[in-house]
Ligand binder design. Structure first.
Ligand code: TMP
Length: 208
């Protein structure tokens, strides 16, 4: 049996990754695959309840509590959804994964990267995505898009400085893991973003 591939999508809020998620699913289906599509925080019954807590803007919590909840939901997600699917040879696309914890909790909230590294190792061992697409946009563009969402969640209501730190942390991850993380300029016209995504996905399909 051919092994499945694990693809993750990342970007600041308003980077346009949801639109590209649908496009990636279409590309994989055209190649005869039935990918499992999931998201973080979430993807399981427990994870979706943890997500509701994390996104609830009436909820206040310590930055480390936030990080621990992200990784708790991730542990469940790996156990119930991601690992079983990969073991059966299915492809998995997750809308966000651990790079988001390094970007939002590490960059945005200023948490110690080493502590996040311990959680990463604890929860996922050596498992890493086969491909991560990081959709990069300037903070102002992301914020404009988010403002069109009527009811901003606990993260979306953060100020520009927070998202600047998140973006910088993502760009650090791109430099740290150039083979795994593909950067896509998401401020380009939609057709060009789609073309860049297609090229990257086709390369992975070709190598599979
Ligand atoms: P979404 O709006 O893209 O579904 O993501 C929900 C929010 O959760 C988003 O603002 C980013 C945030 N997040 C973190 O802060 N850390 C994480 O590890 C993950 C997976 C998401």
């Amino acid at each position: 049996m051919k092994s499945g591939k694990f693809i993750t999508l990342e970007g600041i809020d308003g980077a346009g990754k949801s639109t590209q998620l649908a496009w990636i699913v279409e590309l994989l289906q055209q190649a005869g695959l039935q990918p499992v599509v999931t998201r973080e925080p979430g993807g399981t019954t427990l994870g979706e309840r943890v997500r509701a807590l994390l996104l609830d803007k009436s909820m206040t919590m310590h930055a480390e509590t936030e990080a621990l909840l992200m990784f708790a939901a991730r542990r469940e997600h790996l156990d119930k959804v991601i690992l079983p699917a990969l073991q059966q040879g299915q492809w998995v696309i997750s809308d966000r994964f651990t790079d988001a914890s390094f970007a939002y909790q590490g960059g945005g909230r200023g948490l110690d990267q080493a502590k996040l590294g311990i959680l990463e190792h604890w929860v996922q061992g050596g498992l890493q995505p086969d491909l991560t697409l990081y959709f990069d946009v300037p903070v102002e563009i992301g914020q404009q898009r988010v403002r069109q969402v009527k009811d901003a969640d606990r993260f979306e209501q953060e100020q520009a400085g927070f998202f600047q730190r998140v973006r910088n942390a993502y760009l650090d991850r791109v430099r740290q893991f150039p083979n795994r993380i593909q950067i896509i300029d998401s401020s380009q016209p939609l057709t060009e973003v789609k073309a860049a995504v297609e090229q990257t996905v086709q390369r992975l399909l070709h190598d599979a």
